[in-house]
Design a protein around this ligand. Structure first.
Ligand code: FNR
Length: 342
């Protein structure tokens, strides 16, 4: 199976996947406030993430590249939408462009279509710091994502089995980089123990990448003859994962992702301690449905709805989500109580 074919299989798998999982966000409820004192027109959606400033707390998370014309087209559509919306956009793993320079085009199109916006490079944790630098240069990237995908690799028949040296490589990349290093999960969630190790290794931001959205165990199992179904339900739901990472004693920003579909999902993640939220699978579905225009229309709607939620909560900036009271019930309450996280 070629790498390019695998990328196409992943895209098809993600597009066909429904929302059968629980991200835990259904357990979070805002406490309604009858007194608001906010004018929707005065609300700012600006989100500060370390030295980066996002025009709103939503970004297009890593998906693709390296699968020929099909992935180039998707990346161009996503990058054009990001440019129009002025939101950050990440590319999928650039390791294939390192191995085959002919694949660079499908990534470079993101910078070409979005010359002035925030663009995130993306590598796997097997990357050396020289390879990470090459990926940053390829896009003149503003930040680099390093993805951790142990479960996906294990379920993938041709996947990696040796994960030794991960923290050391992340440390070397962080030391060599002058831009923020974002370490991310891909839908199995990040624990506070892992987050602590990664912050210590130099991560500037952690993307919780929780369970509840795109499920790479299910996608990879569909490609296997003998399925490893026990990993299909494996992972930390997004709500729990955001709270886990936010509970690590550091001022470093947290991104939420994994099953983010709506303004309400984003609002709940911000209340749990995230600075911004990434969408991958949902963006792909919008691109498939109607290209750049569909992404732009839907994200504008999400941003408008976020302002209405903020009006109802009586807050004017996204940082204030941190002081908004929420009630946590069900599985998420139980998880956080067991883990001693407030
Ligand atoms: C991904 N994701 C991903 N992440 C990454 O860091 N590098 C990558 O190359 C890819 N590739 C990829 C392909 C496709 C088709 C999808 C849908 C996703 C993972 C993605 O960034 C995100 O972490 C998860 O998909 C969970 O978010 P959603 O999809 O539930 O919003």
């Amino acid at each position: 199976m070629s790498r390019a074919q695998r990328k196409i299989d992943h895209l098809r798998g993600a597009m066909n996947s429904g929302l059968s999982e629980h991200s835990g966000l259904e357990d979070i409820r805002f406490v309604h406030q009858s007194v608001s004192e906010v004018n929707t027109g005065d609300i700012s959606l600006e989100a500060k993430v370390g030295e980066l400033v996002f025009s709103s707390p939503v970004f297009i998370n890593a998906m693709t590249g390296g699968g020929g014309d099909a992935t180039e087209k998707i990346n161009a559509a996503l990058a054009e939408a990001a440019a129009e919306l002025n939101i950050p956009v990440a590319v999928g793993s650039q390791m294939s462009a390192i191995k085959d320079p002919a694949e660079r085009r499908s990534y470079e199109v993101v910078r070409k279509s979005n010359p002035n916006g925030l663009v995130f490079a993306n590598v796997g944790s097997e990357a050396s710091s020289a390879q990470a630098m090459e990926c940053i240069d390829m896009l003149q990237a503003d930040a680099i994502q390093i993805h951790l995908n142990v479960i996906q690799e294990l379920v993938m028949p041709e996947g990696d089995r040796d994960f030794t040296g991960t923290l050391e490589r992340i440390r070397l990349i962080s030391e060599a980089c002058s831009i923020p290093v974002i370490v991310k999960e891909v839908g199995f969630g990040m624990s506070r123990e892992s987050a602590g190790l990664l912050y210590d290794a130099g991560a500037a931001v952690i993307d919780a990448g929780g369970f509840g959205g795109t499920n790479f165990s299910r996608i990879e199992n569909e490609r296997r003859k003998k399925q490893m179904t026990f990993f299909n339900d494996w992972g930390i739901p997004t709500a729990c994962s955001v709270a886990e990472v936010a509970s690590v004693d550091t001022d470093k920003p947290v991104f939420a992702s994994g099953g983010i579909r709506s303004a309400m999902d984003i609002a709940k993640c911000l209340a749990l301690g995230a600075s911004a939220a990434g969408m991958a699978g949902q963006m792909l579905k919008w691109v498939e449905q109607g290209g750049t225009a569909c992404v732009v229309e839907n994200i504008r709607h999400v941003e408008e709805e976020l302002k209405w939620i903020m009006t109802a909560l009586g807050i004017k900036d996204v940082q204030s989500f941190l002081r908004v009271p929420v009630v946590i019930s069900g599985h998420t309450y139980h998880w956080l109580a067991e883990r001693g996280i407030k």
